[in-house]
Design a protein around this ligand. Structure first.
Ligand code: Z5A
Length: 224
């Protein structure tokens, strides 16, 4: 009797969105998920810190400012613990089932926020990446770029009379440093990253993202 083997689904694609405050990541990620689903591609939206029940608890701790009180290294460990849970509970299982994963922030945020802005040693960040993400690199990272003042004004308008969180409360120099760090990441890894102008209308940004995706991932997926 011949044995039948189920055909393993083609692995999903992993797309991360990065950028500073108010860059429009959440807006764009939802638009892209809708567009992919309309194109018949199953896609889920998730975020960091958070995205899994355990990681959402850590998100609450970090954004409350508690992590900052523990010091930069300990705060970095909290982000890493959240990522470990998120990767193993949500991201990898979805990709293995052929589902595309769209993630609002990932390891580039740790490099930019903890590495560049809080001076956490790159050796520690590399060691934590080895444990939490192993060989899991995004297939595409969309970095949304805009002047700091524009992003902060958008975030303030959205917040209204609410209190700024741990990172929103940082000053303009901190946010300018972040913008520089993300631009540097885009320059260092052009194969993986694309830097897009986030000052355009949401629709124009979405069209630019779609153009990049079609060129870099959809053509490749169709030929896989
Ligand atoms: N963090 C870290 O330090 N280390 C790490 O490893 C990780 C994260 C993973 C999470 O914050 C914080 O954790 C983050 C980094 C740190 N710090 N901050 N700040 P979060 O998840 O609460 O928030 P965020 O990731 O920074 O995103 P955001 O500020 O909420 O912005 P966004 O998602 O990029 O933008 P949006 O919500 O889509 O849009 C913001 C507003 O602008 C909203 O009112 C929109 O309607 C409007 N908008 C959006 N697009 C446009 C355009 N094109 N034109 C005009 N208006 C627009």
């Amino acid at each position: 009797m011949t044995e039948t083997h189920p055909i393993a689904p083609q692995r999903g694609r992993f797309i991360t969105f990065e950028g500073g405050e108010g860059a429009g990541k959440s807006t764009q990620i939802k638009l892209l998920a809708d567009r992919l689903n309309e194109a018949g591609i199953r896609a889920i939206v998730t975020r960091e810190p958070g995205g899994s029940p355990g990681a959402e608890i850590i998100r609450h701790v970090v954004l409350s400012g508690m992590g900052k009180l523990l010091g930069a290294e300990a705060e970095t460990l909290l982000f890493a613990a959240a990522r470990d849970d998120h990767v193993h509970a949500v991201i990898k299982p979805a990709l293995d089932q052929g589902i595309w994963v769209l993630c609002d922030r990932f390891s580039d945020s740790t490099r930019a926020y903890q590495g560049q802005q809080s001076n956490v040693a790159p050796e520690l960040l590399t060691a934590l990446e080895r444990v939490t993400i192993g060989g899991l690199k995004p297939d595409l990272t969309v970095i949304l770029d805009l002047p700091v003042e524009v992003g902060m004004a958008r975030a303030a308008a959205r917040r209204g009379t609410g209190m700024p969180d741990r990172f929103e409360a940082e000053g303009i120099a901190f946010h300018q440093g972040l913008r520089d760090a993300f631009r540097q990441i885009a320059m260092d890894e052009p194969q993986r990253c694309v830097l897009l102008d986030a000052t355009l209308s949401p629709k124009a940004v979405a069209n630019n993202i779609w153009r990049v995706l079609r060129k870099r991932l959809l053509r490749e997926a169709a030929h896989a």
